[in-house]
Each structure stands twice: as C-alpha cells, then as structure tokens.
Design a protein around this ligand. Structure first.
Ligand SMILES: Cc1ncc(C[n+]2csc(CCOP(=O)(O)OP(=O)(O)O)c2C)c(N)n1
Ligand SMILES: [Mg+2]
Length: 359
C-alpha cells in the first residue's frame, strides 16, 4: 500500500478565553489601539441584537435571528475584508453588515419585512440576507467568477452555518469554486446548532473545515470567539484569493447563545446549564480584558461607548418606526424587471384591496 495523499486541519487562537495572548499576535493586532474598532463593533452588534429582540417581543419587528455570542465571527470576517469585496451573508451576520456600513435602520426595515432595507446606501454590491440555507454559497461562486473574468482584485465572501455545510449547495459551491479557482472565501459560522440539531449529529466529519479538502482547496479552523483569530484566518484566505490562488474554507468555532430565532424556544432541546457554561468563552469580555490590560481601554471609555451606541440605536429605531409602510402591492416590485401577466393581475388585485392608510 502506498500513501497517495495526506491532509491536516490547523486551528488558530491568539487570545485565550481569559483574554491572554497565547503567543505572538499578528501584525494588525500588535498595536492594541488598532483593535478598538473591532471591540466597538462587537458591542454595537450585541446591543442592536438586544434591541431587535425587544422590538420583536413588543410586536414592532418580524422574526429576528440573534447573533448573541457570535460577534467575533462576524466582526472579525468583516474587518478582514476590503470595502470593494462583496459580502454574501446568511441571516446571522448582522455585525458584519453593520461593520461594512449597512445602516441600523436599514437592518430594522429588513427585519420588519420591508425590502427597502436591503437597498443599502453603503455597500452597494453586498448581497441581502439569504434565508435559503447555503444558497448564498452558490451566489458567491457566481460573484467571484465575475470578478475573475473582469480581472478585478476583489473577493466574494460568503458566510454560512454549520448546518448549511450538510446541504448540497455548499458542496457544489466549493467544488466549482475550487475547479474554477474563483476568488471566494467560504466562512462557516459553526455555532454548534442547526435549529435543534446539534453539530455532533449533523455529520460524521471530524471538522467542517475538512470538507474543503474534497474540493481541493485549503480549509482551516479558527477560534470563532477570538476576533483576532477570525480576522487573521479570513485575511489569509483573502490574500490567497486576491493573489489568484483560489478559494478557501474558514471554519469559525463559536456557540449560539440565543434561540435559533425569535420564533424558536431552545429550552425545549438544550439545557440551560450547557448554555450558561459557554459564557466563559464570550468574545466581548475576552477582547475587553486584553485591551484594558494593554492600557488601551478604560471604564470611562466603556461608559462613553455604551452611551454613544444607545443613542445611535434609539435614533435608528425612531427613524424605523416613523417609516411609512409600503402598499401591499409593493411585494411584487423587487424581483422582476417586467412582471409576468399572472403576477401583474395579482398586483392589481392587491392594489385594489388595500386600506386607506396606504392611499
Ligand atoms: C434550503 C433550506 N432548508 C431548510 C431551511 C430551514 N432552516 C432555516 S435555518 C436552518 C438551520 C441552519 O443551521 P445552520 O446552517 O447551522 O445556521 P444557523 O441558523 O445555526 O446560523 C434550517 C434548516 C432553510 N431556510 N433553507
Ligand atoms: Mg448553526
């Protein structure tokens, strides 16, 4: 017997759960002050998350997907990207969208069921939230392929969950991306759950990163609760893609601290104890401890930040709540350049039946 191939998956962590460096930090993190924007973005994401849930609970927002505890994944990946790269998120990447300049009120509009929230004033080429699991991985191949054809030094960055890596679309996407050497990065936000299905029963694979190997592309694992590790891993993958060396899979290990969405009750399928012990790996105090110990962050800074963020969120909520809803027929207006006849008839019926409040 001859060994014809051998593979390994590497795992990277720079800050341990107590905020202590495990070794030499990467260049971008050498100056602690440079990490402050990442800290601010994680705190903003968490505060926005809490506000969105409160709005949903009081009937002023639709179903919302929380990213509680997963802030380092989304902020880390977004901070590694260039402005003109393209983000293709699932529904749990609020923090990445915010980091890239999507407005707080745009996100509220989207989650409030208003498609105008996906017409970003900021990152015009970024894709809207994609709810069909793993569909955005295929879109990313198309976007990356277009960038390659146009000889642009841009990269398509898509994010999917652990459960999504069991979907055929994920395998098809990484296979095509590998075969065509597409400039794409597939970030797997492994929060250990696909609604009620734990990671352990989703697949027999030891890691999700190793799925990349079948596609002939690099796969790596990072501590998804260490924002430095996420940014570093995604930055490596972006560098490869930009240099014409093709796609990668980056698996970020984290934990979903919340229910799947506001429509779920996770206490029906997992114990409170199992969840509460995960707070020990919370990404936000981890970075805060590091910053405080490096002399880059104080209690006064924290108080100022919270005040500033609360003000921004409250102002966005006010704008959102004041936004006039669209008339019911608007639901037909965002997919087709020209409506097929059957839908045109339905649109007319919706317009005819609408209440006076939309007149
Ligand atoms: C194609 C498709 N199948 C099923 C669903 C229903 N669904 C919504 S979320 C979800 C679980 C996804 O889990 P994961 O990929 O781990 O992402 P997470 O929600 O944990 O971020 C499923 C099955 C869907 N949205 N799309
Ligand atoms: Mg998941």
């Amino acid at each position: 017997m001859t060994k014809v191939a051998e593979f390994a998956i590497e795992y990277t962590q720079f800050l341990d759960p107590s905020g202590r460096p495990t070794g030499r930090l990467p260049d971008f993190a050498r100056d602690a002050a440079a990490l402050i924007p990442l800290y601010r973005a994680m705190v903003l994401t968490r505060r926005f998350d809490a506000k969105a849930i409160a709005l949903q609970r009081t009937g002023r927002l639709g179903t919302f997907a929380s990213s509680l505890g997963q802030e380092a994944v989304v902020v880390g990946l977004a901070s590694a990207m260039r402005t003109d790269d393209v983000l293709l998120p699932s529904y749990r990447e609020t923090g990445a969208q915010l980091y890239r300049g999507v407005g707080l009120d745009e996100l509220l509009l989207y989650w409030g069921g208003d498609e105008r929230g996906s017409d970003f004033a900021g990152p015009k080429h970024d894709f809207p939230v994609s709810v069909p699991v793993a569909s955005q991985c295929l879109h990313a191949v198309g976007v990356g392929y277009a960038m390659k054809l146009q000889r642009e030094a841009r990269v398509a960055v898509c994010v999917c969950g652990d459960g999504a890596t069991s979907n055929g679309a994920f395998y098809e996407a990484i296979n095509c991306a590998g075969a065509w050497r597409v400039p794409a990065v597939f970030v797997v936000n492994n929060n250990q759950w696909a609604i009620s299905v734990p990671r352990t029963v989703q697949t027999a694979a030891e890691t999700l990163a190793q799925k990349a190997i079948a596609a002939g592309i690099p796969g790596l694992q990072v501590d998804g609760n260490d924002v430095i590790a996420v940014r570093h891993g995604v930055a490596q993958a972006l560098l490869r893609a930009r240099a014409g060396d093709g796609p990668s899979v980056v698996e970020a290990l984290t934990y979903r601290m919340s229910d799947h969405t506001t429509a779920d009750d996770a206490s029906r399928y997992r114990s409170a104890e199992a969840v509460s012990e995960r707070w020990a790996t919370d990404p936000i105090p981890r970075l805060r401890t590091y910053l405080v110990e490096a002399g880059a962050w104080t209690k006064a800074d924290e108080e100022r930040l919270v005040e500033e963020i609360n003000g921004d969120i409250d102002a966005a909520v006010e704008r959102y709540l004041k936004t006039q809803p669209q008339p019911p027929e608007a639901m037909f207006d965002y997919l087709y350049a020209e409506l097929p006849r059957a839908l045109a008839e339905q649109r007319a019926a919706a317009a005819a039946s609408r209440g006076d409040d939309h007149a």
